[in-house]
Design a protein around this ligand. Structure first.
Ligand code: BES
Ligand code: MN
Ligand code: ZN
Length: 496
């Protein structure tokens, strides 16, 4: 979707054509107040329509078609006292939804002022919610309009905000990349395989200050990425390790690294997943996709930060030569790993990627993001991601970014007492714990063994990366969770 704007002075009067569709966002209020908050140029609405039923509740919609005036859509934003970025995103999503149902091509949105909120924040949140809700993965559908949803082609925001174009550029860049992230995750494992994702990464070389290296099987063997190669053994498709670098701060300055789990299909391997658990496992590369598109957003926005994105990519398949429970492999850092369960593959490829990143890229902070454990879905549902961190400063950056973006995360502990359960009798560590409990923490504890010096956080998006039904501005299937959160973290991060 294209986003444009009409910037106007304080006592502005907008001019619309009768063929336009105009969206007015209204807070909940008594009928008289509500009507008086409608801008003067929409006097025809007050004169010709009975508005008494409209309460302005969050997401409430009313549509008024006129013959000689523009069509008006009223969209409620709820109690002004309770208004925040997240409630406005949801109001924006409700507006997008009705526009799509009514096949509106260009949506003219009049940005309201909301008590207690900066007008620029209102502009950003409404546009963001609208943009994120205006999505359909329909490239395999012959009849695109089967479900009655026509994406809106253009949004025009009417606002008096001074830096509106700057704000809109930031929002559209991040939202566009969030939708691209959803596309990559929703794509079939045939298309979004290791090579396909590496190709997307290589395309970023066209951006200023971006370089990209892609390592194949032979190179990974030379580099001794024993765990990534072990997971790849059952797959007919070669593995890839993508290393992207963006030098926005300049060479030699500290960097932040983002690592994303890129299992392009997780069959579970020898510990094969049963029916009911295997169907959506093409989305097990959602961490890699989030890291890739957060990196791309940061580079497109020209952030003055040095950023790496590291993506270990492979399928986890069942075949004659798959790796087996009881096998032992040597990780990039020389540690030996007993395979207790071939379905705990994400932590294996991430372990190699973490050790590699720390040793060769020497970032001052590392964040990994992964659809790592079913236990995380059990704990938080599809609403929040779990995370662990070795450092309170990175944790508070994540919490601030979470509050700002509405991508909810919640911290889990890394108490030393958990550590005994990653030990193995026959190797240095084992990829599953003998106790079946605390699955998400154990995933984090295992990864921690491969990080030594860096400030590090691990985000488990097993529940949030994919939705079983639409929720507000997030659709069913891939949500793009993590892109907005990570961009926000990178913006907040300042190397000490
Ligand atoms: N990719 C899965 C985790 C997952 C489950 C993501 C459900 C999204 C939805 C991961 O590789 C996995 O299979 N984890 C195992 C770990 C276990 C064997 C220790 C799990 O959660 O069962
Ligand atoms: Mn698995
Ligand atoms: Zn997995």
């Amino acid at each position: 979707m294209e986003v444009a704007m009409q910037c106007t002075a304080k006592n502005r009067v907008y001019r619309f054509n009768p063929s336009d569709t105009v969206i007015l966002f209204l807070p909940s209020a008594k009928p008289a107040e509500l009507i008086s908050s409608i801008p003067a140029e929409f006097v025809f609405l007050k004169e010709n329509a009975d508005l008494s039923f409209f309460k302005g509740k969050q997401g409430e919609i009313a549509l008024f078609p006129f013959a000689r005036h523009p069509t008006i859509i009223l969209c409620g934003i709820g109690e002004p006292k309770e208004a925040d970025a997240e409630s406005l995103r949801r109001a924006g999503a409700a507006a997008a939804s009705v526009c799509r149902d009514k096949a509106v091509d260009t949506a003219h949105c009049v940005i309201p002022s909301v008590n207690g909120m900066e007008e620029s924040a209102v502009l950003a949140a409404l546009t963001e919610g609208f943009f994120l809700a205006n999505y359909a993965f329909d490239r395999y559908k012959k009849k695109k309009e089967d479900n009655g949803k026509h994406p809106v082609r253009r949004l025009v925001a009417y606002t008096g905000v001074r830096d509106a174009s700057l704000i809109l550029n930031r929002i559209t860049t991040i939202c566009r990349n969030t939708l691209l992230c959803r596309d990559l995750v929703n794509e079939t494992s045939e298309q979004s395989d290791a090579e396909g994702i590496a190709r997307e990464a290589l395309a970023l070389k066209r951006l200023p200050k971006v370089s990209c290296r892609v390592y194949g099987r032979r190179e990974l063997e030379k580099m001794k990425m024993g765990l990534l190669l072990a997971v790849n053994r059952g797959s007919g498709r070669p593995p890839r390790l993508v290393v992207l670098t963006y030098l926005g701060a300049g060479r030699g300055k500290p960097s932040i690294a983002i690592i994303g789990k890129g299992i392009t299909f997780d069959a579970g391997g020898m510990n094969l997943k049963p029916t009911g658990h295997i169907e959506d496992m093409r989305t097990d590369m959602a961490g890699a996709a989030a890291a890739l598109y957060a990196f791309k957003s940061a580079a497109e926005l020209g952030l003055k930060k040095n950023i790496h994105a590291v993506l270990p990519l492979t399928e986890n398949m069942l075949a004659r030569d798959s790796y087996r429970p009881g096998d032992i492999y040597t990780a990039f850092n020389g540690m030996t790993v007993e395979i207790g369960n071939t379905d705990a593959e994400g932590r294996l490829i991430l372990a190699d990627a973490l050790a590699y990143t720390e040793k060769t890229l020497k970032p001052s902070a590392i964040i990994d993001i992964a659809t790592l454990t079913g236990a995380c879905l059990v704990t938080f549902g599809e609403i929040a991601a779990g995370y662990v961190a070795t450092d309170d400063s990175i944790a508070s950056l994540l919490e601030e970014a979470s509050r700002a973006t509405g991508e909810w995360i919640w911290r889990l502990p890394l108490f030393k007492d958990y550590e005994e359960n990653v030990k193995s009798d026959i190797a240095d560590v084992c990829n599953v714990s003998p106790e079946k409990n605390a699955g998400t923490i154990m995933g984090g504890m295992f990864l921690k063994q491969f990080v030594t010096t860096s400030t590090w956080a691990h985000i488990d998006i097993a529940g949030t990366a994919r939705h079983s039904k639409p929720r507000g501005y997030r659709p069913k299937h891939a949500t793009g969770f993590g892109v907005r959160l990570l961009v926000d973290v990178i913006e907040r991060w300042h190397p000490s």
